[in-house]
Design a protein around this ligand. Structure first.
Ligand SMILES: Cc1ncc(COP(=O)(O)O)c(C=O)c1O
Length: 382
């Protein structure tokens, strides 16, 4: 029996997380400590990245990463407009200039060819996002960054479990960031992780997140830093979650695979295409309606009428947001020559933006619920 409205967000928490959080409360050691360190060790092991550093959230992780690699006011950072606003906001935090480049029409990720064409002498970094959990073409970006002496930063906020030829996201960039926000594949409520294979960058991030202290702690501050530490309550949730991650991902993947087969049989709708050797982490499953008669707003309503939650996501691209239209109000615009973002156009992103919507792919779906979602896809588009 299917008797709940089928959700696209369903937090996978159970006794394990609750027990671990209890232990933290009983210990009265709430600040970052044993559990956060245990989580970092597990995350390093799982991703194969040498250093994993916890922090307050995924946005803080991005800020730390951009600060650590030494970006300066006026530096250009190439990124995608088809993402959550935190990606480009973090570029603004450090006074750098987001340069929006279009995505690939099939993967919806930053297009390496377009990026190459947009590199100028002001470009200092490339920041792809693994959108919805599908890795960007990181081998192409790694070669490009090496060739042109650019910094490569991965926004892997949505990409726990994403791989290219078996190598986990976070291993390709000079530095990478993950979010542990409550809806993600791996959660701690609020939380973030910075990963890097570079020891110097790891030490810098560790210091930056803790008021610029040296690793010994105490009251010596060697650089301007922030308080972006997480608490051990978050660390305990994340650590317990790590043990379940492979199973949670398998469930997501089975749901997504099921939908892909159904959609393959229906004309006019599509989904993100997965290049050979790439593993989609299936954080979000979105239907592409670029060629469909039924568009997202109408489809979402019909899904709701059938007891299935659905929603459009990045229908407004980053450069179309008010904060970019009003960039002259941002403090750095007093000395940084931001472009007129109302003149930016990325036609493929602009086509995908209003033509995709999310359907439930969460691990908790029962077989019957998944079937009901699939039937709804057929009903609305078939
Ligand atoms: C692509 C992307 N980058 C960054 C973030 C920021 O993460 P947080 O919400 O943990 O600050 C998110 C969060 O949803 C995201 O999806």
């Amino acid at each position: 029996m299917v008797n709940r409205i089928i959700p696209f967000v369903d937090v996978s928490l159970s006794n394990e997380e609750i027990e671990e959080v209890h232990k933290v409360l009983e210990s009265k050691r709430l600040i970052e400590g044993v559990y956060s360190k245990e989580f970092e060790r597990k995350f390093q092991e799982y991703t194969g990245v040498k250093h994993a550093i916890t922090c307050a959230n995924g946005t803080a992780a991005l800020h730390l990463a951009l600060e650590a690699v030494g970006l300066q006011p006026g530096d250009e950072v190439i990124t995608t407009p088809f993402t959550f606003i935190a990606t480009s906001n973090s570029i603004l935090f450090v006074g750098a200039i987001p340069k929006f480049v279009d995505v690939d029409p099939k993967t919806w990720n930053l297009d390496p060819e377009q990026v190459e064409m947009n590199i100028t002498e002001k470009t200092k970094a490339i920041m792809p996002v693994h959108i919805f959990g599908l890795p960007a073409d990181m081998k192409a970006f790694r070669d490009m960054a090496d060739d042109k002496d650019l910094i490569l930063i991965e926004d892997a906020a949505q990409a726990h479990g994403a791989r290219i030829d078996g190598v986990h996201a976070g291993n390709f960039g000079d530095i990478a960031t993950f979010s542990l926000y409550a809806t993600k594949n791996l959660i701690s409520g609020e939380g973030g992780v910075v990963t890097t294979n570079n020891e110097e960058l790891a030490e810098k991030v560790e210091s930056l997140k803790n008021h610029g202290r040296t690793l010994e702690g105490g009251y010596k501050h060697v650089r301007v830093g922030f308080n972006y530490r997480m608490t051990d309550l978050q660390g305990a949730i994340a650590s317990a979650q790590m043990d379940k991650l492979p199973e949670l991902l398998e469930r997501r993947s089975a749901n997504a695979q099921y939908y892909r087969k159904i959609i393959d049989e229906i004309e006019g709708i599509d989904y993100q295409h997965i290049p050979n050797g790439f593993t989609h982490a299936d954080y979000i499953f979105a239907i592409d309606t670029r060629e469909a008669k039924v568009k997202p707003n109408e489809a979402v309503q019909q899904f709701k009428d059938n007891g299935v939650m659905a929603r459009p996501i990045y229908s407004t691209l980053s450069y179309q947001q008010e904060n970019f239209k009003n960039i002259h109000e941002w403090r750095w615009s007093k000395c940084v020559p931001y472009p007129d973002y109302t003149k930016v156009h990325c036609p493929i992103s602009e086509a995908i933006g209003p033509n995709h919507f999310e359907i439930p792919v969460v691990p908790s779906l029962s077989i019957e619920e998944r079937e009901k979602v699939a039937e709804t896809i057929q009903k609305v588009f078939g």
